[in-house]
Ligand binder design. Sequence first.
Ligand code: F6R
Length: 265
Amino acid sequence: MEVIICPDAEAVAQLAAAKVERVARDRGPEPVIGVATGSSPVALYDALAARVASGELDLSDAHAFALDEYVGLPPGHPESYAEVIRRTVTEPLRLDPARVHVPDGRAQDLEAAAAAYEDAIAAAGGVDVQILGIGSNGHVGFNEPTSSLASRTRIKTLTARTRFDNARFFASADEVPTHCLTQGLGTIMAAHEVVLVAQGDGKAEAIAGLVEGPVTAMVPGSVLQLQRRATVIVDEAAASGLRLADYYRETYERKPDWQRFRTGL
Ligand code: F6R
């Protein structure tokens, strides 16, 4: 696992965008990008959108798979992840909407929808680069603590903490759905590469657990310690609980040029 500590949130976004762009180019011509929702990757999507707008990057042949979706929100609900992905990813990155997939949280048969989602990812050849955020309780996707480390796409019940954290997107915590469809930890682990971004001291405990704690279902993100190509890009505040922070800084500073991805930093 590579841990990169950036001076601020904007640097996190620029560096993560450079990383995603490099993987997308390397794995082209039709890269498969796994996309997270929530606040953490928004600036990263903005940075990618700027590269697309400038003509430096063309993602029109890319495929995208969202991590998760709430169960039961009405079609077109602004906080459904289908809508969030359309607003923050599909349109700004100029993706082909026909190639952008979100689990069907309105399906009559949610188990069948989950299985179909796994099949669609496999049919696209698997995810080349998975973008992740992390919940304050250590969840990735909506794999809440005690999720099976081998899980695949399925229905999950959101914890009270996650519903509280996400209440800012709704009129009240009561309006946050109780259930979701989410890619499993096994699904996420199958991605060729993973790039996780986190900003702010509210994520410090989760990041410390993910990077330096034991691999445990109590901190679902810690499963990434078993991912061969995982990059964790954080700002100083999110890094504040890391015991080996100086080591990660030194490692990055001393990284040979040939190993660096283009960052502009
Ligand atoms: C979003 C997702 C979640 C979020 C996490 C952090 O698709 O799967 O794991 O990444 O809840 O959310 P923010 O970024 O809003 O703090």
